[in-house]
Design a protein around this ligand. Sequence first.
Ligand code: NAD
Length: 494
Amino acid sequence: MTTDLLSHFAITSNGPHIVRSPIDGAEIGRIAYDDAKSVDAKIAHAATAFRAWRDVPAPRRGELVRLFGEELRANKDALGRLVTLEAGKILQEGLGEVQEMIDICDFAVGLSRQLYGLTIASERPGHRMMETWHPAGPVAVISAFNFPVAVWAWNAALALVCGDSVIWKPSEKTPLTALACQALFERAAKRFGDAPAHLSQVVLGLRDVGEMLAKDTRIPVVSATGSTRMGRELAPVVAARFGKTILELGGNNAMIVAPSAKLDLAVRAILFAAVGTAGQRCTTLRRLFVHDSVYDTLVPALKKAYAGLPIGDPSKPGTLVGPLIDKASFENMERALASAKSEGGIVTGGGRALADSHPNAFYAHPAIVEMPSQTPTVCHETFAPILYVMRYTDFDTALALHNAVPQGLSSCIFTLDMQEAERFIAASGSDCGIANVNIGPSGAEIGGAFGGEKETGGGRESGSDAWKAYMRRQTATINYSNALPLAQGIEFNV
Ligand code: NAD
């Protein structure tokens, strides 16, 4: 299957670095990393491509993204399978990720005719003032392993219609899916006809390659998705040269299950959000606050559902929990469980699964940890399927605890009480970028702006007006009178 997929995307497996599948640890390809010289050359190419692309009318730029969306539709199955092979997501999630790429392309095509500015009333007679959005320049996209293709597409589709060129540094754990996307993009560019060369490029390597992009003054916008540690290192480097960042960092997402909640819906939402992608989504449900009155119904139901979870090869039908990305990830999970236990947590589940049949891969039993309080371990994002469960009796305390973590990505409440629902999404409610009612915290639609506050980084991607981050704003005033009135009532007679 591996060879077929690589040849489908015309990827040559060649280079000193081995890429392994988290499904069984087998080698699936070999690649070479970019060195400083080739990164420099690619940035120079991106700057040249930008200068040509910014003058192409935006609706015409949208046509390239439309063609790219067509390539994605035609190759959805193969790309979804490659995501499964390289990132270990179950096939339905691999395909779902490609669907998100298709959706953002559709969104961006419409957007290419809607990059609206403003006309603003001028205080001076015979003057017109307007605000225009211009292309920003080459955009660097640094992405994480867990959404190996969609995150790039969210950025690239918008950046391209906004008139920017794109340089993508994918996770070192998922380079093959990036090469596959590049191949599809190049097919679309060829059909488009006159797109500048090097409009979208991939640079491969470890974090040092990301650092080169962060430092380079030719790149005005760096969109970086990954851990809070990464954002903390990268943001000051970009800020030191007054570049702009779009940061999509770690989450520690929670759900409040209120007394009036529809428990059957809550259980389904919890399962998908807590164990989907083996707990390796930025929006994974990690903290669950359950009202005392429903705790002893909900938590046993959850434990029962966890006990029957199909763990296994993500490419096989019926599997719901695939592998963790690597050994380090499994060890982090073990460490977090030990530390939660030492803080009084009662652990159900956890531990390695399928070690005999998959000795070189790291499957884990998802864990439920009943905690006596929101301890330091609960406040930390462990990128694995661990769900910390806490009992509450009063809504205000639950809400305060909900917000008392450093991250602020996604959140939700299950309730039929209108006051609780409204309070949860009010100004004094959830402090997260995403707040849902009777829906789990993961699986956002591309139409809304995606991102979060606090240590999640504050960036917004995808829908709504997230496109503005890929452009520069210009205020222009035109004097069509025969006088030169000054603003602020100033008289300056010469
Ligand atoms: P990671 O931080 O290890 O790596 C992410 C990317 O950053 C990789 O491409 C890596 O090479 C690069 N990188 C690392 N250090 C860097 C530095 N100092 N300068 C420049 N580049 C650097 O993250 P990961 O393990 O691949 O992904 C998991 C993390 O990503 C989790 O914390 C998860 O919550 C987060 N994530 C967030 C979102 C979101 O939208 N908020 C989406 C997906 C993943």
